[in-house]
Write a protein of this length. Structure first.
Length: 139
């Protein structure tokens, strides 16, 4: 499990660095001024998504939680959205007039890490054997 968690950390660091650098270069190239710190948004989504993946990996090793991992994932996605709203919308986000390009630059990191998170969790779920060995049949 430590090997897979370290692999997740490496993948998340690489994806965070590459996607942040690309998006920040696009922002600079278009001379767009964002009313939020793009790095903070990337760090938030990468850390929360990594924690969710590690949590799902840990729960997949516990027999009592194997059948409930999907529900746990749905709760963590809801929790991630609520924490994001509490942290970022608790600041000046409510009073800002948002341009469409700023909304787009805010949503891009969310979708990048959502797709990465779904890919990692799908791989974890594919490796889980829910049925006991005596009931496992191959079709």
């Amino acid at each position: 499990m430590i090997k897979s968690v370290s692999k997740y950390i490496s993948v998340f660091i690489i994806i965070t660095a590459i996607s942040y650098l690309i998006q920040s270069k696009v922002v600079d190239y278009n001379q767009t001024s964002l009313q939020f710190n793009l790095l903070h948004v990337y760090l938030f989504f990468s850390v929360i998504s990594l924690l969710i993946c590690v949590l799902i990996k840990v729960l997949s090793t516990i027999n009592a939680f194997k059948t409930y991992i999907g529900f746990v994932y749905l709760f963590t996605v809801f929790f991630k959205i609520m924490v994001f709203a509490a942290i970022f919308y608790g600041t000046d986000f409510n009073t800002i007039e948002w341009l469409r390009i700023e909304k787009l630059h805010l949503i891009i990191p969310m979708f990048i890490f959502l797709f990465l998170e779904v890919g990692v969790i799908a791989k974890i779920l594919n490796g889980i054997n829910i049925l006991p060995a005596s009931q496992n049949t191959n079709f």
